[in-house]
Design a protein around this ligand. Structure first.
Ligand code: HBI
Length: 99
């Protein structure tokens, strides 16, 4: 099902309201690299994000290397080839609220 893609103005406003997220993929995604004390802390964070994401039916593209977790949020169902939507911003805010 198609989802509305944020306009450039909406994107900039959303970004100003988030903590540490940057635009990626020519504005079609937001990305942030999180760093923790060790692997256990990073994995605990990922577990909490996984539950949040699934509850929102919105899933991150992410990778983990030891104590870092790199998250990219984009909406496959927005725009022709995926884009940034309110669903990404909502999940990013919920992730921010975990920390
Ligand atoms: N996760 N990141 C992301 N983007 C989507 O478009 C998306 C998703 N998770 C589930 C989902 N879409 C479903 O709503 C649809 O594929 C049915």
């Amino acid at each position: 099902m198609s989802v509305a893609q944020l306009t450039k103005t909406e994107r900039d406003a959303a970004l100003a309201d988030l903590s540490g997220w940057a635009l990626a993929r020519d504005g079609d995604a937001i990305q942030q690299k999180f760093k923790f004390k060790d692997f256990s802390e990073a994995w605990g964070f990922m577990s909490r994000v996984a539950l949040l994401a699934d509850a929102q039916d919105h899933h991150p593209e992410w990778s983990n290397v030891y104590n870092t977790v790199d998250i990219t949020l984009t909406t496959h169902d927005a725009g022709a080839n995926g884009g940034l939507s309110q669903r990404d911003v909502t999940l990013a805010k919920a992730i921010d609220a975990l920390l």
